[in-house]
Design a protein around this ligand. Structure first.
Ligand code: F6P
Length: 351
């Protein structure tokens, strides 16, 4: 069997662990396996960049961040654009897959990646996918790998900020990743003891943030920690046309800091951990998750059950048809239990 593997979209912790899981299982099951690593995601498939890989190349990578295959973003909306030779990228990928006589592709990626994976599978490519994104917004799986590791990194920032915030009696705004989905901010905020958690799913009232700071000051808590997702908006911003929301390229955290600065007689500071959240080792939970996903993805290939994503449902790894995944996004639903529990804990969601 001749199989190609690629990692696509923004990187995250656990990509190597998942590649290792697939490779170990396939090499263990097939004596005639030819496994190819496709370079830099779909870009490598478009440009014909891949190389044969040996079992030893998957040793010692279980806990390594990044991806040994490299990755890139190939937005789905550009995949169908024709080039100067009147050939679109989807067709180029298809041609390369057929010319190389691949039997199947293993694709690791998030929402955008899955749209393209589904389009390829609809055109006859044998595809099996794994759910990767720190944003945890992929539909069809309870969690995506990389999420737990990113939450650990973000929570570490919130933990560390506590001591300096307390020492100076300051307000800290910590801006975390997540444009449309606030999962990282919600979970890291809970893990890191944030006083306020502001999410893209719940436009916030500045006054309610000010109230909680005031309430804490009155009981002798001189500092407050606000975890805000990069895609969070105030109620006023949420009703503006999209282009006007960012007010000259500002970020959610910087806008909030400006508003608080104008109204408080207290130091306000901004911390933006950015890609720190996507770097470093995967957590043990992610390593286990990736290894299990890898084994099941390989099994799907061995059983020729293509057009599916290995996914977590409850405590089981199951196979979900790509038609149920592609083109959807899993944002935090209003009835999410963790939201209700955050409220019970006295955390302000800016409502
Ligand atoms: O999709 C994951 C993500 O980390 C988002 O949370 C973030 O907005 C974005 O990627 C950052 O993208 P880039 O790595 O291209 O700067």
């Amino acid at each position: 069997m001749k199989i190609g593997m690629l990692t696509s979209g923004g990187d995250c912790q656990g990509l190597n662990a998942a590649l290792r899981g697939v490779a170990k299982t396939l090499f263990g099951a097939l004596s005639d396996l030819e496994l190819y690593g496709i370079q830099d995601g779909y870009k490598g498939l478009i440009e014909g960049q891949w190389r044969r890989m040996e079992p030893h190349e998957f040793s010692g990578i279980l806990r390594e961040g990044g991806t040994i295959l490299g990755t890139s973003r190939q937005p789905y909306k550009t995949i169908q654009n024709a080039d100067e030779n009147n050939m679109d990228k989807l067709t180029m990928m298809l041609k390369n897959y057929e010319n190389e006589k691949f039997d199947a592709l293993v694709i690791l990626g998030g929402c955008g990646t899955h749209k393209t994976a589904y389009a390829l599978s609809q055109r006859g490519v044998n595809v099996v996918t794994l759910p990767k994104t720190i944003d945890n917004d992929l539909y069809g799986t309870d969690y995506s790998f990389g999420f737990d590791s990113a939450v650990a990194k973000a929570a570490e920032v919130l933990d560390v900020i506590h001591s300096t915030a307390a020492a100076h009696g300051r307000i800290f705004v910590v801006e975390l990743m997540g444009n449309k989905a606030g999962w990282v901010t919600l979970y890291a905020g809970l893990a890191g003891g944030a006083d306020v958690i502001l999410l893209p799913e719940i436009p916030y009232e500045l006054n309610s943030v000010l109230n909680i700071i005031d309430r804490r000051n009155r009981i002798g808590r001189r500092f407050s920690i606000i975890a805000i997702a990069e895609g969070a908006l105030s109620k006023e911003e949420a009703v503006l046309p999209k282009k006007e929301r960012k007010n000259g390229g500002s970020t959610s955290g910087s806008r909030l800091v400006r508003e608080l600065d104008e109204r408080l007689n207290q130091d306000v500071r901004l911390v933006v951990p950015g890609h720190f959240q996507r770097g470093g080792d995967p957590t043990p939970t992610d390593r286990v998750f990736c290894s299990r996903l890898g084994a099941v993805a390989a099994e799907l290939i061995l059983n020729k059950r293509f057009g599916r994503m290995a996914a977590l449902r409850g405590t089981s790894i199951i196979a979900v048809p790509l038609s149920e995944v592609a083109g959807k996004q899993k944002i935090i639903p209003p009835d999410c239990e963790a939201l209700a529990q955050a409220r019970l804990l006295g955390i302000s969601l800016g409502e």
